[in-house]
Design a protein around this ligand. Structure first.
Ligand code: GLP
Length: 243
């Protein structure tokens, strides 16, 4: 694992956005795994701006989603698909056929295996963007998830439901989701995790001090040969790195 300590959240966000932008610039056929959440919002803003300013075409790359809620009607504003359509697809002027969204409106078992098959057919993910939950979840791999997990239906913890219900002002926050598994995520060629803000400090401290610990599924990612963790000063405030 490589850790990049930034001087500010802005710098951390910019580092991650630049990694994605540069990969697509040098390898236009790249396959990118997208994460959602508040942490990623400014990444998508900066990446879109860099792409537009530098006129880098994005028409040959392909995108996979990390996870998606189950039980929402198509087009629901709280869905991760809506999030990505608003923050990535529209500003970068991409086409819907450049995205593999979880087929959540099909049968669940079929949806999960169909997604895994699509990943295989695309040749896997080149760069997977990741956030981290305050309880150490990645995607929606909640505490207790196994290292060998693949794309599947997951039950959300109360902590995640409480945190994310801000996106569901009508009180219709789902309790289930479809998520890439830990093993699925580990198959990406490069993992880039971004954590910003004080609310992530405990999860980051736990991540750095534990290995292969199902209580914090993010710890499984430390086995990956190309795992980059980008932190702002607040997220890094409880760790003690001897340099
Ligand atoms: C969400 C998503 C994750 C995300 C995490 C952190 O629920 N399923 O992919 O990384 O939780 O979200 P945030 O960036 O809003 O803290």
């Amino acid at each position: 694992m490589r850790i990049i300590m930034s001087d500010s959240a802005k710098e951390a966000v910019s580092t991650v956005a630049t990694m994605v932008f540069e990969l697509i610039g040098s390898h236009p056929n790249s396959v990118i795994g997208l994460a959602t959440g508040k942490t990623m919002e400014p990444v998508y803003e900066i990446w879109s701006q860099l792409a537009l300013d530098n006129k880098i075409p994005h028409d040959k790359c392909f995108f996979f989603m990390l996870d998606e809620y189950l039980g929402l009607p198509p087009g629901h504003q709280g869905s991760f698909r809506s999030y990505i359509e608003k923050r990535v697809l529209a500003p970068l002027k991409l086409h819907a056929n450049q995205f593999a969204f979880h087929p959540v409106h099909a049968g669940i078992d079929q949806a999960a295996s169909h997604y895994e098959q699509s990943l295989k057919e695309a040749g896997g993910v080149d760069l997977q963007l990741l956030g981290i939950g305050t309880n150490g979840h990645v995607g929606f791999n909640e505490p207790g998830s196994s290292k060998n997990s693949r794309t599947r239906m997951v039950e959300l913890t109360n902590e995640t439901i409480n945190t994310n219900q801000i996106d569901f002002p009508n009180g219709d926050m789902p309790s289930k989701a479809l998520s890439m598994g830990i093993e699925t995520i580990l198959e990406a060629k490069k993992l880039v995790m971004l954590a910003t803000g004080q609310s992530k400090a405990d999860a980051i401290k736990y991540l750095l001090n534990h290995h292969d610990d199902p209580k914090c599924p993010a710890t499984f990612l430390k086995n990956h040969p190309n795992f980059i963790l980008v932190l702002d000063p607040e997220a890094a405030s409880k760790i003690n790195l001897k340099i």
